[in-house]
Write a protein that binds this ligand. Sequence first.
Ligand code: GLN
Length: 246
Amino acid sequence: MRTIDVVSLYPKDMNIYGDSGNVLTVRRRLELYGYAPRVHMVDQDDPWPEHVDVILGGGGQDAGQRKVIDDLHERADDLRAMAADGVPMLMICGMYQLFGEYFKTIDGDRMEGIGVLGAYTIGKPQRLIGNLVEHSDEFGDIIGYENHSGQTFLREDAEPLGYVKSLDGAGNNGSDDTEGARAHNVIGTYMHGSLLPKNPAVADFLIRRAVERRYGAFDTDEQTPEQRQTLEHLDRVIRSARHVAA
Ligand code: GLN
């Protein structure tokens, strides 16, 4: 059975609004496609596993971000090299901000990001909170929930994950309709929810890129008929729930 190594980055301090659901979704869908996921929880000072195929980071309060920032900078060269090499990564909210250039908090602190994404974030008094639907040409409609004080602005050449569709959604900053950012196979986004259970197209993007990098191509050769049926059933349920939400 082909193994895929999944890193859950800072699950202790960066994991709010159900972001650990992203890890569960990647693990479950990998199993149902016939792969053997191995999940590694990596907190501060923990070693990297020998193989890293996909990295998932969650959101956190400003205080949580302060707790992980030194460790993140120690890993920054490795993370930048892995991103440039095509390792798929999903960074939600607080980790999205730290994968950008910097985050200036509402208290006036400045946390340097690791610069994987061409974006910077400024904390503002009014939090941006609510359900959010955005559109991406690659993934279609993406459904989630945002809650952040930081407003993120993309550099001119940076690509958003999508554009805000819902009338009450804010996205990166509430003014330019962009949401999230992409570079290489790295996705940064404000979408909690959790994101991946509701948006299998994004989950499958991360899974396919991870498998392609490690094994050359994605296939379902080791999927059992029961696994195929379960996945089809799951996707039908998700489709009807998405229909209601959108
Ligand atoms: N602390 C950040 C902010 O409020 C991130 C919050 C979050 O991850 N939900 O902007």
